[in-house]
Design a protein around this ligand. Structure first.
Ligand code: ATP
Length: 211
């Protein structure tokens, strides 16, 4: 069994995430994708994040109708901060015979030196499925010199670049600009009903630099 692990804040989940997960399923011959919703993302400590139950509800809505997509509560059922390396270890215990493929956008792969215990994470997974993101360029060979063996584990997923991000959606929702077609309809309805990003754009999200 080959399992894709797709970790994210998913605030909100959008078509970029869904395209990445579905292309990974097909191109990397995965049996399923586990969406691990991060309760307490270590790299987003400065940012206002919607309550985890709202994000879970949106991911549940986004995944409906695809039996190969499952939610994993592994990052919700333990106290934070939630590091990918620990998550993979726990999932490997839950699925001892499975090969684990970690799915990420190119921005996340570029930032891997800042991740917690990256060498251990790289050793643990069978591979990384990486989807390009607009304006993200980096030198994989340079990363490989820091983490020998990384290149051999990376497979780029072949898709058009999708210029959608959760932050763009939050900004648009807050500014009453259209984002309806960036997310599945049920996710759109959830955001609108709860006015989830109504106050987005306060100082906490765009901190004013101190002189
Ligand atoms: P934010 O804009 O708030 O930083 P995001 O849209 O990047 O959020 P996350 O939940 O942080 O969403 O992302 C989870 C994973 O999905 C990350 O590895 C990220 O790189 C990847 N990802 C998100 N959007 C895209 C996209 N449009 N194309 C490719 N990968 C993406």
């Amino acid at each position: 069994m080959r399992i894709g692990i797709f970790g994210g804040t998913f605030d909100p989940p959008h078509f970029g995430h869904l395209i990445l997960a579905s292309e990974a399923l097909d191109q990397l011959h995965l049996d399923k994708v586990l969406w691990t919703v991060t309760a307490d993302p270590p790299h987003k400590q400065e940012q206002t994040i919607s309550p985890v139950n709202d994000r879970l509800a949106m991911v549940r809505a986004a995944l409906q109708g695809n039996p190969a997509f499952e939610i994993s509560q592994v990052e919700i059922d333990r106290p934070g901060p939630h590091y990918a390396v620990d998550t993979v270890k726990i999932l490997q215990q839950q699925y001892p015979d499975a090969e684990m493929i970690y799915l990420i956008g190119a921005d996340s792969l570029r930032d891997i030196p800042t991740w917690h215990r990256p060498r251990e994470l790289i050793a643990q997974v069978a591979g990384f499925g990486v989807m390009g993101r607009p304006e993200v360029n980096f030198d994989l060979l340079d990363l490989d010199s820091q983490f020998p063996g990384l290149t051999a584990k990376v497979t780029f997923i072949d898709t058009p670049l999708i210029q959608i991000s959760a932050s763009l959606i939050r900004e648009r929702a807050a500014a009453c600009r259209p984002y309806r077609y960036f997310v599945p309809y049920d996710v759109f309805q959830f955001i609108e009903k709860k006015q989830l990003y109504h106050g987005f754009g306060t100082e906490k999200d765009f901190p004013v630099e101190q002189a």
